[in-house]
Design a protein around this ligand. Sequence first.
Ligand code: ZN
Ligand code: ZN
Length: 382
Amino acid sequence: MEQPARPLNAEQWLARVFADGRPRTFGTGWISGILGIVLGLLALFAVLCLHFPQYLTLPELRSRYPLELVRLAIDVGLLAAMALAGLSMLLRRRKALGVTGLVLAGAALALGAGGVEIPRGGASAVYLGLDWFVLGTLSTAAVFVPLERAFPLRAEQGAFRRGWLTDTQYFFASHALAQVMSVAVLAPAVALGSLLAVPSAQSAVQSLPVVVQFALAVLVADLAQYGVHRAFHAVPFLWRFHKVHHSLEAMDWIAGSRLHLVDVIVTRGLVLLALLVAGFADTAVYAYLALVSFHAVFIHANFAPRAAWLERWIAMPRFHHWHHGIEPEARDVNFAVHLPMIDRWFGTHHMPDDRWPSGYGIAGERAPEGWARQLVWPLGRT
Ligand SMILES: [Zn+2]
Ligand SMILES: [Zn+2]
């Protein structure tokens, strides 16, 4: 008997429209087509930011942009998107990739491209960080796409592995919802931090050289993160939220974004609180924030560098991949983000010689797809 056709999910639908089963190697119009779409979309977002800065950009960044350079970058990006989309149309029989890139770039052009006059107007109380998303995508992809291409762990995996669309939504949300983060994380941490602070201890910390403060900040933050992370694994109510992160079935630079909002707010809030109570200078805290935004992406990457000597001291991808491993031996191990020695101190370190986990995920359980469904997933019955 014939099975009734199941409706396609968004990933399958996109694959049907864009991937025509033809090769995706260099010279087939696949890479140029994808790049054309990404650049076209980012250019369109950037033009929208020029039109509606009060609603779409972060106030902290808004006043600091070198505007002439931004305008030039938008125009160059737009032209590159068009050229790449055109190239893809020439090389590929199915034109969906090229046409989509052209439509996106065309929309950005029709809306005024880099020449948009910026409206004068008051600030809005509610805004998205669309500019932060554009910058985050460009800078993170520029570092990690070449790394994953040059030294891949799973070369056959490809960018469009299972769950890529969900993780892209997380990447978008984690940047665009920056205001939610600063209200929910920064404000309470600062308020509570000033209550708990011991002024004499803080001035002792601040008398240390900034480099030493930075090193201590990494240790303090990772110790705090270790404790919070272990609690998220050990307490069933918290695990409901953290298992969203462990529902990843493929690892790459975009996968690390998959974190439930509650997980992000509690973990970041408490880590920041620890740093504020310790009293580190702003420079050391900012340097730490820059490090963690890189390192948290790095440890999820589909990247297998040969640096066994480093693995003892710094969390490398293999260390955190084991945290996500599907094997029973990978349960509740490697909680640190930066310093594997913390797991050694507490007996949760697991680094079998030269092996990687065979797969990732939660045994016997699969998360629903999409950011919104995963947001309410922890609240449902289990
Ligand atoms: Zn975990
Ligand atoms: Zn992870």
